[in-house]
Write a protein that binds this ligand. Structure first.
Ligand SMILES: [Zn+2]
Length: 462
């Protein structure tokens, strides 16, 4: 169904299969920069390729999970063997972070040295590595981010149905409900279709990332905002693409392993060409929002999801209609209008430092200034039985008050920060920071929620 027509008609020098690699690197077109250090002090190195004045900047990163060696190697090789080819695009600058979790890579572990899964840390920013990464993104301001991983093809509950994943590459895009509509959502959909189509066209197996959980539910990537794909897209308004290359299994021959590295590189080149061809759309795809989606639920599709699998015992590949409920859609169930700012008590030091690590602009409230605020009186809260979930039941009431905000940090709702501040701070948010007890934002019956909405600043002086 997807054809080569999806590919942008760009004159990019990156996008030529007959490319012969004779371009020379200019001395100033490739340099390494240490952007920070891991928990154990290993350098986090960005290789910057291309002109600093290029109109399009793309960040390519790999190795958030230290045990995903194929992903790390293929991105490292992108620099080693394709540097000249990358550098020729006068309109493109690329930052390559091939090893985001060097401590984990040294140990061959998924987690970092402190036991943090970096790709679940984009909301709390516990880890040194994710904090450095976010700081780099705020400084360098890429217009597109490619996050490269490996997925294990054998999953226990699928093996019970004699199924093994056989895709060379899975791709996904931001799926948080704040990111799937409007120009931003249309653009990332186009990118997804472009990659799937182009990679299949080149003889690989490529699909949108499809997960089957142990209860049989079939879905794409989660709408949660703690991974890079949704977390970076929501926080900075930057389209972030997830590439999940198949992890080699022990008996894969060298040629197969080579192919699994090549497919990742090919996908990166397709995305770079797409970014260069669509630079104007990328610049325009901001999220000007007056409201934020706080809750949504999965909606089932009428059709079952069909996907190719290696079917045991023959090992032949068949297209299988997955029996579980396929839920590719989200229905918005709660939204909130954005205030002018949020006020957070300075006494909640952990929460304030998380928000400051995210780079949200902030200032202390002027102590003799009265502001129009909205707070929440929490009535009945029935917590979830599962960790880090929103309450099963929450009844609350919005309370308006003019008051001074002595010892509060004020976080203004700017166009860039607004949606993520609401998702992080509103008590009814499914992905709120109140899910984590260390933020001090626990929801409890018959209490006042500590974070306030400011609806009018400088209303009058008391
Ligand atoms: Zn991974």
């Amino acid at each position: 169904m997807y054809t080569e027509n999806f590919l942008p008609t760009t004159k990019s020098s990156l996008w030529r299969p007959e490319f012969d690699g004779k371009f020379a690197i200019r001395a100033d077109s490739m340099r390494e920069e240490t952007i920070g250090r891991s928990a154990e002090g290993r350098p986090l190195i960005a290789t910057l390729v291309g002109s600093p004045t290029a109109r399009t900047r793309v960040l390519v990163m790999a190795g958030q999970h230290g045990d995903e060696q194929t992903a790390i190697r293929s991105v490292k090789r992108l620099v080693a063997t394709n540097g000249p080819r990358l550098a020729t695009g006068a309109n493109l600058q690329i930052a390559i972070l091939a090893n985001v979790n060097p401590d984990g890579a040294a140990r061959r572990t998924r987690l970092n040295a402190g036991g943090v899964d970096l790709n679940r840390d984009h909301q709390l920013l516990h880890a040194a590595e994710t904090t450095v990464l976010h700081g780099f993104i705020r400084d360098w301001r890429p217009q597109l981010i490619i996050d490269v991983h490996n997925y294990p093809p054998r999953r226990k509950h699928l093996l019970r149905q004699n199924l093994i994943y056989c895709q060379d590459l899975f791709v996904d895009i931001p799926t948080n409900p704040n990111l799937i509509n409007g120009p931003f959502g249309r653009l990332t959909q186009d990118l997804l279709q472009t990659v799937v189509s182009a990679i299949n066209h080149r003889g690989y197996r490529c699909e949108r990332y499809t997960l089957v959980n142990s209860s049989g539910r079939v879905r794409h990537s989660t709408p949660d905002v703690n991974d890079a794909r949704n977390g970076l897209a929501l926080r900075y308004g930057i389209p972030t693409v997830l590439l999940e290359g198949r992890q080699p299994i022990r008996r894969d021959r060298p040629a197969v392993r080579e192919r699994l590295q090549t497919v990742l590189q090919t996908a990166i080149f397709v995305i770079l060409a797409w970014a260069e061809g669509n630079h104007q759309m990328l610049k325009a795809a901001k999220m000007p929002m007056t409201s934020a989606v706080l809750r949504s639920r999965y909606l089932a599709d009428a059709q079952a999801r069909k996907l190719e699998f290696k079917v045991l015992p023959s090992g032949n590949i068949h297209r299988v209609a997955l029996p579980g409920k396929y839920t590719p859609h989200l229905k918005v169930t709660q939204q909130v209008d954005l205030p002018q700012a949020y006020a957070v008590p300075a006494a909640l030091t952990n929460l304030c430092s998380i928000l400051i690590r995210h780079g949200f602009s902030h200032h202390m409230a002027n102590q003799d200034e009265f502001m129009r605020t909205q707070g929440y009186q929490l009535h009945a809260v029935v917590p979830s039985r599962r960790l880090h979930r929103m309450p099963r039941q929450l009844t609350l009431e919005r309370v308006e008050e003019k008051r001074s905000l002595d010892n509060y940090f004020i976080f203004p709702v700017t166009p860039e920060a607004g949606t993520s501040l609401a998702v992080f701070l509103e008590p009814q948010s499914k992905h709120g920071l109140h899910r984590y007890s260390e933020t001090g934002l626990t929801l409890t019956s018959n209490t006042v929620y500590p974070v306030l909405r400011i609806t009018q600043e400088n209303s009058y002086r008391g």
